[in-house]
Design a protein around this ligand. Structure first.
Ligand code: PDD
Length: 282
């Protein structure tokens, strides 16, 4: 089956799909995106992704490209045309095409691209044995709550992690606290059994998976606190894990090469992964 992309109102063969060279996404990274998981052909937490998309667009004063109903239709259609049962949908909206000028164009219509592909998710070994993260300084801007396509520090950080043989890089703010991974949210379980993740302020992206885990945590009545935690505290933690649309919940067993807890995936991490998997497979 050949791949199909949606570009500004048309379904086109993936290899021919293109946007204009003066698209502001291409020239200024002036756009936003969402990655939504597809399980059994269904979009996971679609409403939350659409809500976050609205918020990102609103914060950047980019016009809505189409109604939620139309967006849902296009996403479903792209999933269907690509025969994706388990994978992802990628949706990107930019401010549109206009002669290069930093200030907003007056009459550009937003550009929209939707693609979908099958993905396998994290390797079973990573789930069973856990993964390693490295730490590095958070070099990003002050509005990490906006899901902007401007991802240079994130890709540099991820590449540094790969070169170090790690799965992810945890970014550290000026106070020595962990903000988040380059494409994932960060969590720890303290020695006292307290589940900790950073509050969703402008220093992190409020992950849809993060919110789904918080729902599970609330339902199960687990002890939980939203507060910053330092790199040192993470290294001393009983458990650590990360969450995202593409990784779900993955145990972190090494930070900068040092084992977390006993160096094996923690009990609460495993429980939360299972609960989340159960929820999205429904
Ligand atoms: N990344 N933090 C950052 C910086 C992210 O880019 C992401 C998502 C997350 C987790 O958010 P969610 O649970 O909504 O996926 C946290 C996506 C998957 C990506 O860029 O591919």
């Amino acid at each position: 089956m050949s791949r199909i992309a949606y570009v500004n109102g048309r379904y086109v063969p993936h290899r021919e799909a293109a946007v204009h060279i003066e698209d502001r996404g291409y020239q200024f990274a002036d756009g936003v995106y969402e990655v939504t998981a597809v399980r059994g052909g269904r979009l996971v937490d679609e409403e939350r992704h659409l809500k976050r998309l609205d918020r990102s667009l609103g914060e950047l004063k980019i016009a809505q490209p189409m109604s939620h109903a139309a967006l849902k239709f296009v996403c479903r259609e792209v999933v269907r045309r690509n025969g994706v049962r388990d994978g992802i949908v990628y949706l990107q909206v930019t401010r549109g095409v206009a002669p290069r000028d930093h200030s907003f164009p007056k009459d550009a219509a937003p550009s929209i691209v939707v693609t979908s592909r099958r993905t396998k998710g994290a390797p079973q070994k990573s789930v069973d044995e856990g993964i390693g993260v490295i730490s590095l300084p958070d070099q990003r801007w002050a509005r990490c709550d906006i899901k902007s396509i401007s991802l240079l520090p994130n890709i540099l950080g991820k590449q540094q992690a790969r070169e170090a043989g790690a799965y992810e890089a945890w970014q550290i703010d000026r106070d020595g606290n962990v903000t988040e991974g380059t494409s994932t949210n960060a969590w720890i379980v303290t020695g006292r059994g307290e589940l900790v993740t950073r509050r969703a302020d402008s220093t992190i992206l409020n992950g849809v998976t993060r919110l789904a885990i918080l729902d599970i945590v609330a339902r199960q009545g687990l002890t939980f606190v939203e507060r910053p935690f330092s790199l040192a505290e993470a290294k001393e933690a009983r458990e650590a894990f990360l969450t995202s649309t593409t990784s779900f919940v993955l145990p972190v067993v090494l930070i900068d090469g040092e084992p977390v807890g006993d160096g094996r995936p923690g009990e609460l991490t495993r429980k939360l992964r299972a609960a989340y998997a159960g929820q999205i497979e429904q």
